[in-house]
Design a protein around this ligand. Structure first.
Ligand SMILES: Nc1ncnc2c1ncn2[C@@H]1O[C@H](COP(=O)(O)OP(=O)(O)O)[C@@H](O)[C@H]1O
Ligand SMILES: [Mg+2]
Length: 285
């Protein structure tokens, strides 16, 4: 945290070398930039002044992301460096900006887990569990700070140069001071209670994590357009892992906390590493 604060205080915006766009959504565009000889990712959250709703959405998303990220310091969460409103990013199409905020964070060069599962046809069980464990540890840390991410999906999980997984995108995150009611998330990952209930809690992330775990195990996307459906688990899947996925998809009151998810995955990993074949027949017992 101290290092973060140092960087924030001393950050010289004039020294940012803006580079190429690496991603872009409705209000957020991410650039790969250089700062002080290091690569950084800069997310620009903007809306033109004619787009009144957009200005409100962009501002809220910026404030949410900054207020959350600046509290966090964990190896499985992208490192926040600094943020500022009213910086002039190189966006030709943005003439009269109603709102413009930028967020600087460490650049993660390994791409998203979404593209990782697209490009890997085969992977040892223990490698899959290691990836899932890193996500689980990051979420456990978030929940310990009373923060719900609310958009856990492979597109928001990035790899750094060493293959470590980091959670990004806190634009719809919430500090849990009271029960949440706003319907946010992504189809195929969103917990059913987020859509039907007037109050849900951080366990919506556990549901979405279960979908990510399934996608990492099968190395494919679930991609359901139905909000509350869950994928099929075949007989090939180790029982402990299958049970864990199913529990993540139960009613929020019986869903495990991330602490338990971490513990279960650590057990699965230990057994997978002890197995002479690196496989999982023992887990079916
Ligand atoms: N720190 C980063 N390093 C590298 N790429 C990043 C970083 N942050 C975001 N990206 C890329 O930009 C995309 C969009 O960023 P994200 O914060 O998820 O914004 P959005 O709110 O538009 O989803 C990510 O899926 C990833 O491909
Ligand atoms: Mg995102």
């Amino acid at each position: 945290m101290e290092e973060n604060q140092e960087e924030t205080k001393d950050f010289n915006w004039g020294k940012v070398e803006w580079g190429k766009r690496i991603a872009g959504g409705a209000y957020g565009i991410v650039f790969l930039c250089q700062y002080g000889g290091k690569k950084v990712a800069i997310k620009v959250i903007c809306a033109g002044e004619e787009d009144i709703d957009g200005v409100e959405t962009a501002e809220l998303s910026f404030l949410r992301e900054v207020s959350t990220c600046s509290l966090l310091d964990h190896p499985n969460i992208a490192k926040f460096i600094t943020a500022k409103e009213d910086v002039n990013p190189p966006l030709k199409d943005l003439k009269n900006s109603g709102f413009c905020g930028v967020i600087v964070s460490e650049y993660l060069e390994g791409g998203t887990l979404a593209s990782y599962v697209r490009h890997h046809k085969k992977l040892a069980l223990k490698e899959k569990i290691k990836l899932a464990l890193e996500v689980a540890r990051g979420l456990y840390y978030l929940h310990s700070k009373n923060i719900a991410h609310r958009d856990v999906k492979l597109d928001n999980l990035l790899l750094d140069g060493q293959g470590r997984v980091k959670i990004i995108d806190f634009g719809v995150s919430r500090i849990e001071t009271e029960d949440m009611s706003v319907k946010v998330g992504t189809k195929g990952y969103i917990a059913p209670e987020v859509l039907v209930s007037n109050s849900y809690n951080h366990r919506c992330d556990v549901f979405s994590f279960g979908i990510c775990l399934w996608e990492l195990y099968y190395l494919k996307r679930f991609g359901s357009s139905l909000a509350s459906s869950t994928p099929q688990i075949g007989k090939d899947c180790p029982k402990k892992l299958a049970d864990l996925m199913r529990r993540c998809w139960t009613d929020p009151s019986t869903r495990p906390e991330m602490a338990e998810v971490v513990k279960t995955l650590e057990d699965v990993l230990k057994k997978a590493e002890r197995s002479p074949f690196g496989c999982f027949s023992f887990l079916k017992r």
